[in-house]
Ligand binder design. Structure first.
Ligand SMILES: [Zn+2]
Ligand SMILES: [Zn+2]
Length: 566
């Protein structure tokens, strides 16, 4: 493996080549951001494909969202020709608002994706002006030296676009997120004909979605899901609520159609759902006359005449479904005999919060239908038979799996080899591959990482407040303030405050008294001359308080000592 040695040494030599590296998305599902570089290593031009976010894990307390670390491409900013967005899911566009100001490159997106991004800009007060170039579905265009073609596939949001890169060294097919579905309910189906034509033209490399590489078979069509949802709703006797991903326009359409078919009035709750519907109407994916009442009207409609569509299918605590389940929604109440359809599948990590919501709904007397009871949801990613179909059509010489955890990437590579693909290359974030010409190889490693959005700020992940918060969560904090005069005498009683530490010791003594006693004893044991040394006082108190609390409690809290010299 070559070492990263700064701008000019990156790459395998002076010949022109096509390289590929991920800032996120290889080794995780989320935070997708990929870079393609074309030219000799000393004069490469870059194209970024997607700039997404991911959500914090349990070890990242207080973090709102997680963003990729762009330091590598920031250093190459003058060589970055543009940012191309494959579709409008947050794991592909969710970092654009926060990070585009560091890149300031032109953005390219199809109409719905551009509409979703612009809606987010508007909701954020329009502070950032994004230079979005709207490109056609299936369009062919250039960005800098990159000769590109989009191919529309199917997914769980309108306009998922694969990207074809035609270079002097060969052709690469970047799938984006995809599945095969000839009847996706909205928009056109996956362009199977174009895929077959591209296979005939010759595809050298496929960079391919791995999310469902471990799931057998083929995913059902969105049309089958719609039929199943309609059937269930028609059979319901009282109120029906459906919760799904706000961005799943086809599912919104399915539920709206089911409302008409069952003679129910559609009511919509959730800001994100309203935003998506507005963009989908503007771009022609939902009919302008799709009528839905706002949730204020819910209580005025008879039980057997109402159909609620609500956000919160992933257990989000502030979304409509969580509040309804806690009987805490300002306008919506569900109860005995009402039916709630979870038209979704838990994203790993969300199972507990979704389970809590379902339990609360059951306690209210609701019936629950999930995707394990009936066909009420379908994945947006290719299962094994769809991957096989893609490799059969495109006949690539090399497959590089993307959009997956290590086990998904590995399984996708194995499947590609089983299908007769001569070479596969599993790479992770930061590992730069030369894709073309010749055999692919790992030529460099670039710096990558996670950045946190924490309130209004973007902060690094490694050091800093989030690490402190983890420690605070485990063992709490003890704060001590002491005042010492110029002769080294203690001028007032020390003040202490404890947070996240038990109130009493095992024998019932207040923990606070123990801390004060320890501070007094530590100060008493010092000569006045030593007490004039602020650092010495701070260190000595910190060590003795930690030891005393550890002895009483069995845990060492964070101890902060403030010394005021008066
Ligand atoms: Zn997606
Ligand atoms: Zn994705």
């Amino acid at each position: 493996m070559a070492e990263h040695k700064g701008k000019t040494a990156r790459g395998s030599g002076g010949e022109s080549e096509l390289v590929f590296v991920a800032l996120g998305g290889l080794g995780e599902i989320g935070m997708n951001s990929y870079l393609y570089g074309l030219g000799p290593s000393t004069a490469r031009k870059w194209l970024m494909v997607d700039l997404g976010l991911t959500f914090p894990n349990a070890n990242e307390p207080g973090v709102d969202i997680v963003l990729p670390d762009l330091r590598f491409i920031e250093g190459e900013r003058e060589n970055l020709a543009g940012l191309l967005l494959t579709h409008a899911h947050e794991d592909h566009i969710g970092a654009v608002l926060d990070l585009w100001p560091k890149l300031k490159c032109p953005i390219y997106a199809t109409p719905f994706t551009a509409g979703m991004l612009n809606a987010k800009v508007a909701e954020n007060g329009g502070r950032v002006k994004l230079p979005i170039n709207i490109v056609k579905l299936g369009g062919r265009f250039n960005i800098g030296p990159f000769d590109l073609e989009l191919v529309t596939l199917a997914h769980s949001i309108p306009e998922p676009s694969a990207v074809v890169f035609r270079t002097p060294h060969g052709t690469v097919f970047h799938t984006g997120d995809w599945k095969l579905d000839a009847t996706p309910l909205i928009g056109q189906g996956s362009d199977d004909k174009r895929l077959q034509e591209l296979g005939a033209e010759g595809i050298d490399v496929v960079i391919c979605d791995s999310t469902n590489a471990m799931r057998q078979g083929r995913s059902p069509s969105e049309v089958e899901v719609a039929a199943s949802i309609t059937k269930i709703i028609k059979g319901a006797k009282r109120r029906v609520a459906v919760t799904t991903f706000a961005s799943n326009v086809a599912r919104i359409r399915a539920v709206a159609d089911a409302a008409v078919a069952s003679g129910r009035q559609l009511v919509i709750s959730g800001r994100a759902m309203h935003r998506v519907i507005r963009v989908a109407k503007d771009t022609g994916y939902l009919p302008e006359d799709l009528s839905a009442l706002d949730h204020q009207q819910f209580g005025y409609i008879e039980a057997e005449k109402v159909l609620l569509l609500a956000t919160g299918s992933q257990g989000e605590s502030r979304a409509a479904m969580a509040r309804i389940a806690e009987d805490d929604h300002p306008a919506i109440t569900l109860g005995k005999g009402d039916l709630v359809i979870f038209s979704s599948r838990p994203i790993p990590g969300n199972e507990v919060s979704i389970g809590n919501i379902q339990n609360n709904l059951v306690k209210l007397g609701c019936e629950i239908v999930t995707d394990s009871d009936a066909l009420v949801h379908v994945t947006g990613h290719p299962r094994r038979d769809e991957l096989k179909q893609m490799y059969t059509w495109l006949k690539p010489k090399l497959v590089v799996p993307m959009h997956g955890e290590p086990r998904h990437l590995n399984e996708n590579a194995k499947l590609a080899r089983e299908m007769g693909v001569p070479a596969t290359q599993v790479a992770y974030d930061g590992q730069m591959l030369k894709l073309l010409p010749g055999a692919a190889k790992h030529i460099d490693t670039i710096p990558i990482g996670r950045k946190y959005r924490d309130g209004k700020l973007i902060i690094p992940s490694g050091e800093g407040p989030v690490r402190e918060r983890r420690r605070l969560a485990v063992a709490g904090i003890v704060m001590v303030a002491v005042a010492i005069d110029e002769r080294g005498e203690v001028v007032a009683d020390p003040d202490v405050a404890l947070d996240g530490v038990p109130i009493e010791t095992m024998d019932g003594r207040p923990m606070e008294d123990l801390v004060i006693k320890t501070v007094d004893a530590t100060l008493d044991s010092m000569a006045p001359k030593r007490r004039k040394d602020e650092d010495h006082v701070r260190d000595a108190i910190r060590r003795s308080v930690r030891a005393a609390v550890d002895q009483a409690w069995g845990k060492k809290p964070i101890v902060k000592v403030l010394v005021c010299l008066v």
